[in-house]
Design a protein around this ligand. Structure first.
Ligand SMILES: Cc1cc2nc3c(=O)[nH]c(=O)nc-3n(C[C@H](O)[C@H](O)[C@H](O)COP(=O)(O)OP(=O)(O)OC[C@H]3O[C@@H](n4cnc5c(N)ncnc54)[C@H](O)[C@@H]3O)c2cc1C
Length: 382
């Protein structure tokens, strides 16, 4: 049973460089395009020539800062922050996002991204959030015809028999595999059909959707959540929460992946964290993985990891052709003993935390965004 893969396993916005630093408003062009169509404009003060501009701009910004923002301020523009931002706007709440980085520079850009509740606790909640997200991704794929979300079959191989995961009966396709389908080294397994998302298209689409609903995105590094002058703050900073909330429970779990221009037909998985193996077929590439190195902050490709991933994946997929490799990437999963989705009140601020989604941020994104939105509605209506 130990091996069951589903067992869960700055400155204020105004303190970067100048006392009142660059406040950038970000406009996004190019729906359904890779994330290269970003145009950043707005008030940007550079130190050598800011003296004239600052006299005119400073009083206005100070006034805005004092008045505070009457809606929701989401911090973070990864898949978690953007999904929350969209749901908050859709529910009628005025919302802006403050973020240090946006796509293609977030961990969310590295996600493979196969729907699967992996490395995320607590299981009762992650199961519900995952199933809600499953159907929202299906709806986006079918109703909005988003080609960068596809449904693919995948087989999870198990070294020992294990009861089906809690979500097995809730998704559109789940079956235990027959004995003749079990491969060497394994005893059991199941086949599922699940959404696979190309994050290089999906994150820009989420940004475009957020902006088209009337949201603003400001690029800024936040040093303290309590410095944000807003009625409500939603903290979606992933690994950034380690410093912002002094939360040592959140740690990086390093993931290295390989992109290959070859389709295995169906995905193959062995998701024991200590021996993580996956081949995820997407429309553009197949993603080979992986590693789950806890507490490892190293963001460069490691040759030895590349070799190990290839060796592990070849065992599940003997036809793998190394000459078709086209790239590699590394990302740090924001892992926590459990996802922190809760309200924190202090004398002068109300914060909804939503971070620590581990290896399942995409899988949990819409379920968590819905829960944040209903919490926000309750808080702002009282
Ligand atoms: C190799 C790999 C494969 C993965 N595969 C999958 C998969 O198949 N399926 C799946 O569901 N998940 C997968 N994941 C996990 C997924 O990528 C994460 O769970 C998800 O990206 C977390 O999203 P997030 O928005 O919380 O974090 P991030 O994407 O890291 O976003 C955090 C945001 O907060 C901002 N921020 C942080 N600190 C500050 C600050 N001080 N001030 C202002 N802004 C700040 C950042 O700039 C960023 O915009 C994978 C991860 C890796 C590394």
């Amino acid at each position: 049973m130990d091996h069951c893969p589903h067992d869960g396993h700055g400155g204020s916005p105004f303190s970067d460089g100048w006392t009142l630093g660059p406040l950038l408003t970000l406009l996004f062009f190019g729906m359904n395009q890779p994330p290269f169509g970003l145009l950043i404009f707005g008030i940007s003060l550079s130190k050598p020539n800011a003296s004239v501009a600052i006299e005119r701009v400073f009083p206005l910004m100070l006034l805005a800062a004092r008045m505070g923002f009457q809606g929701c301020t989401v911090v973070g523009a990864g898949v978690i922050g953007l999904s929350c931002g969209i749901r908050l706007l859709e529910s009628g709440l005025e919302t802006r996002i403050l973020s240090k980085d946006v796509t293609p520079h977030t961990v969310s850009d590295i996600a493979a991204a196969w729907w699967y509740p992996f490395l995320a606790e607590p299981v009762e909640k992650t199961t519900r959030w995952s199933v809600e997200t499953y159907y929202e991704l299906l709806r986006l794929k079918e109703d909005l015809r988003l080609g960068f979300i596809t449904m693919r079959k995948g087989v999870e191989y198990l070294v020992e028999p294990c009861p089906p995961p809690g979500w097995a009966g809730d998704i559109s396709h789940f079956r235990a595999i027959r004995q003749d389908e079990v491969i060497e080294g394994y005893q059991h397994g199941w086949e599922i059909e699940a959404p696979v998302i190309e994050m290089g298209h999906y994150l820009p689409w989420l940004m475009e959707r957020f902006l088209s609903l009337g949201g603003d995105i400001e690029l800024t590094n936040i040093a303290s959540l309590s410095d944000i002058n807003s009625r409500l703050v939603v903290n979606c900073t992933g690994l950034g929460a380690r410093d912002l909330c002094r939360d040592e429970n959140i740690v990086p779990v390093r993931g290295q992946i390989i992109y290959i221009d070859q389709d295995p037909g169906f995905g193959r998985f062995d998701q024991r964290p200590e021996n993580l193996i996956y081949t995820i077929p997407r429309r553009d590439v197949t993603v080979l993985g992986g590693t789950a190195q806890r507490g490892d902050w190293h963001e460069e490709i490691r040759k030895e990891d590349t070799l190990e991933i290839l060796q592990k994946c070849s065992a599940l997929w003997p036809e793998l052709d190394r000459s078709k490799i086209i790239g590699e990437a590394v990302g740090l999963r924001p892992s926590r003993n459990e996802v922190r989705l809760e309200v924190e009140r202090s004398e002068d601020s109300v914060i909804i935390h939503n971070y620590g989604h581990g290896g399942a941020g995409v899988t949990l994104s819409w379920g968590c965004a819905d829960e944040v939105t209903s919490l926000a509605q309750g808080l702002l209506e009282t």
